[in-house]
Design a protein around this ligand. Structure first.
Ligand code: NAD
Length: 506
């Protein structure tokens, strides 16, 4: 794309997006007409204003979701599946515009944004297929006097709260199973990235989603918007993706109405490289696990535990590969690493690096904020990271690899599990028995075994410990949006004696 068509299409892509709150099928200004600005993190420029939803808008959205609840729950599963399939195809057809939108408001490179569109679309396809496979069961009770009929029914109106780091995939991963299950919903996107979520909603509406099923309320005051919803008995489910502290807070609110919850929270992924690992494969895996999404991913490798015998070779290779990357606005050709989301996030990454260096770590590459506009932070490799340092306890959410060494497998496992988080771990080894042993002992919901990438619509994504509750995707993902109902069917009527007719038949 040359410069002129590029700027023309940017303006076109951005202005075409709906900027209101979506309630009962219509986009409208927020109550009081307040708006907030969305910023391009690569240039610090405004991408325009979006409606700043109020608690009244939130409750209006819940009313719309509640009104649509019964009719939507009664639609044929194939109908719901076909809407998702059509939306999947529309997303792929619009991949380029959507990728630009993601890059403009979130910062990652266009190549990564295209991959996100595909990844997010896969959830629509997957759950479109799952909609027609919601199963129940029928069995004879233990004592033979009853039949146990189990059916699955949509849980009801859901509140879906999403983060900014994957503004298309994160809402898609929640909306798709909710639609497939027959639930209605209110989505509260992150204030940094409401445009992509609006574009996703438009696609679903165009694919045939009826009014009131999907309602969207962006806001700068998440607590004010969501607290009345969490207190309202019409809401039946909360699905949240975001940080563990906010997750804890929402769980405490959800306790008030004993709300069903799915929680996809923070991570602190260990990346373990054993002595017998294929080092080149481990470096390639580390590049993905560390740098995908500029390191701003819950599944980003956060702590590298490398066997002492191979640590120097691994670190040198990783530093060499990372130093080949180009930092710049995600929309520019040739950019590998875009900016971080905002100054607060960049400051946090810089402080973690400064702390680690002060504690004795060595900077192999990076570690310095570049001059100029945008919230850029360079790919950084730190070695000799002291065990227990702050960088190994907190989510970095930036392109910084912090490398520690170990001698014994048990030591690596102990270090890997020494965290309140338990989302994902990465393990590189060529020894099958070690791979099995360690995978079983790692206290995480997912393990990347000789692979730096675990995200897949067909797999159950989610964490143990304080990384979350429940799973998104895979065969169990739709269960998060379904209630089981058991009907005890009486079958205890005694057979009539030979020659004796029941009273009513005489
Ligand atoms: P965040 O917790 O600050 O915000 C997430 C969402 O919650 C946003 O929409 C935000 O507006 C909203 N929110 C914030 N305070 C709230 C409150 N008091 N009440 C209701 N809603 C509130 O997280 P973030 O910075 O947007 O995202 C980064 C975090 O998300 C990281 O910790 C990352 O690990 C996590 N994350 C987890 C997964 C996963 O699947 N486990 C995926 C992506 C991101």
């Amino acid at each position: 794309m040359n410069a002129v068509t590029k700027s023309a299409s940017v303006a076109e892509i951005v202005t075409r997006v709906r900027r209101g709150v979506l309630i009962d099928g219509s986009w409208r200004p927020a109550t009081g007409a307040a708006t907030f600005e969305v910023e391009d993190p690569a240039r610090g420029r405004s991408l325009g204003e979006v409606a700043d939803g109020t608690p009244e808008d939130g409750l209006a959205a819940l009313t719309a979701a509640d009104d649509a609840r019964s009719s939507w729950a009664a639609t044929p599963p194939r109908h719901r599946g076909l809407i998702l399939r059509r939306a999947y195809e529309l997303l792929l057809r619009r991949k380029e515009q959507l990728a630009w939108l993601i890059t403009l408001e979130m910062g990652k490179s266009l190549a990564e944004s295209r991959a996100e569109v595909e990844y997010g679309a896969n959830y629509l396809r997957w759950f479109g297929e799952e909609a027609v496979r919601i199963e129940g069961s029928w069995k004879v009770s233990e004592d033979g006097t009853a039949r146990v009929l189990v059916m699955r029914q949509p849980v009801g109106p859901c509140l879906l709260i999403t983060p900014w780091n994957a503004p298309l995939a994160m809402p898609a991963r929640k909306i798709a199973p909710a639609v497939a299950a027959g639930c209605t919903m209110i989505v509260k996107p992150a204030p940094q990235t409401p445009l992509t979520t609006a574009a996703l909603a438009e696609t679903l509406i165009e694919a045939g989603l009826p009014d009131g099923v999907l309602n969207i309320v962006p806001t700068t005051d998440a607590a004010a918007l969501t607290e009345p919803l969490l207190r309202d008995g019409r809401l039946r489910k909360l699905s949240f993706t975001g940080s563990t502290p906010v997750g804890r807070l929402l769980l405490s609110h959800a306790a008030g109405t004993v709300l069903r919850t799915s929680m996809e929270l923070g991570g602190n992924a260990p990346f373990i490289v054993c002595r017998d690992a294929d080092l080149d494969a481990a470096v390639t895996g580390a590049m993905t696990a560390k740098l995908r999404n500029i390191g701003e991913a819950c599944i980003a490798a956060n702590r590298f535990h490398v066997h002492a015998a191979v640590a120097e070779r691994f670190s040198a290779k990783l530093a060499a590969r990372m130093s080949e990357l180009t930092l710049g606005p995600g929309t520019e050709t040739g950019t590998d690493i875009g900016p971080l989301i905002d100054e607060r996030q960049r400051r946090k990454v810089a402080e973690l690096v400064e702390d680690t260096v002060a504690a004795g770590a060595t900077v192999r590459i990076g570690g310095r904020i570049p001059a100029g506009p945008g919230y850029f932070y360079p790919p950084t490799v730190l070695t000799d990271v002291p065990p227990g340092s702050r960088i190994s306890r907190e989510e970095i959410f930036g392109p910084v690899a912090a490398i520690q060494t170990f001698e014994q497998e048990s030591e690596a496992l102990r270090a890997a599990n020494d965290t309140e988080f338990g989302l994902v771990s990465y393990l590189y080894t060529r020894d099958l028995a070690r791979a099995v042993r360690m995978s079983e002992r790692l206290e995480t919901g997912m393990v990347g075994l000789n692979r730096g990438y675990v995200s897949d619509a067909s797999a159950p994504f989610g964490g143990m410990k304080q990384s979350g509750i429940g799973r998104e995707g895979g065969n169990s993902g739709i269960e998060e949006y379904l209630e089981q109902k058991y009907v005890a069917v009486d079958a205890a009527e005694p057979e009539p004696e030979d020659g004796e007719l029941p009273e009513e038949s005489r």
